[in-house]
Design a protein around this ligand. Structure first.
Ligand code: SAM
Length: 273
């Protein structure tokens, strides 16, 4: 008997891909913005991919979502108003609600991502049922241009800098973001794999350095993202200084990670030069 195995693969380069053995493909849709696929994998539970790239899996989503929310949370004044751009799975909003933040606006361009998350990732997307979270389906770039609101944190939880997310890595966008931050507010963006996507990190770092007073890059280990090493870049119109406060421990995040994630390997430092 011949066993037929099904695999989903994300291509990292012409010569390398990461493959997940799957039990089933649960969904494949082409929206106005992107292609969304959902797989039931053997090792990582349900996996959401957009345009062929892994966005989240049930098993390791906590790392990305803790790191994009909890790290910037512990610097400068305690945040009370937060804007999320992207993040249609609800994972970033979930962590912010758990940190006690009561005023969160989440602007996601593609309502289909939200619908898929509600159906297939109910625990993660449960944030959209919370009274603290206001979900707006729209373009984050347009929202920033048209709104006059100020935020203590702006979290850019976007896809990679191609397609609808390209403008989210531009200097012009960071300039607009600055006018929506409180005096010592912080913006944070996911800035890609330093190993496979050094341009995304360089774009985020350069764009933010030209606009903000202080910029800091930190990294996390995310097994289902290209190379496993992932970068985040945060910036503020003021200096970025840690608060003297004990930290909540997550499943990945803890007080050691809060310090240690800013210690960068030399090849990452070189991308930032
Ligand atoms: N954790 C993810 C990663 O780095 O792979 C990001 C996940 S989240 C699903 C990314 C979201 O950003 C997508 O749902 C996408 O629709 C949204 N997005 C992309 N461009 C956007 C824009 N201009 N405004 C608002 N949302 C945007």
């Amino acid at each position: 008997m011949r066993l037929i195995e099904n695999w989903f693969s994300e291509r990292y380069s012409d010569n390398l891909q990461l493959s997940f053995r799957i039990k089933d493909q649960l969904l494949s849709i082409k929206t106005d913005y992107q292609r969304i696929d959902l797989f039931d994998t053997y090792d990582f539970g349900k996996l959401l991919s957009i345009d062929g790239t892994v966005q989240l899996t049930e098993k390791d989503e906590y790392i990305y979502h803790e790191m994009i929310t909890m790290v910037p949370y512990y610097f400068n004044s305690k945040p009370s108003r937060v804007l999320i751009i992207g993040g249609g799975d609800g994972g970033a909003a979930r962590r912010l609600v758990d940190l006690g933040i009561k005023n969160i606006i989440n602007v996601e361009i593609d309502g289909n991502v939200v619908e898929v998350a509600k159906k297939y990732f109910p625990a993660i997307s449960s944030s959209f049922k919370e009274s603290a979270v206001k979900l707006i389906i729209g373009d984050g770039i347009k929202y920033i241009k048209e709104s006059s609101d100020k935020f203590d944190r702006i979290i850019i939880d976007s896809t990679d800098p191609v397609g609808p997310a390209e403008g989210l890595f531009s200097q012009e966008f960071y300039n607009d973001i600055k006018s929506h931050l409180t005096t010592d507010g912080i913006v944070v963006t996911q800035s890609g794999s330093p190993y496979y996507q050094p341009t995304a990190l360089a774009m985020a770092h350069k764009g933010m350095t030209e606009v903000f007073r202080d910029v800091k890059t930190y990294c996390a280990f995310i097994p289902t993202y290209p190379s496993g090493l992932w970068s985040f870049t945060m910036a503020s119109p003021d200096r970025i200084v840690g608060r003297d406060e004990s930290t909540v421990t997550g499943k990945y995040f803890n007080s050691d990670v809060l310090t240690g994630s800013f210690y960068l390997p030399e090849f990452v430092k070189n991308i930032l030069k």
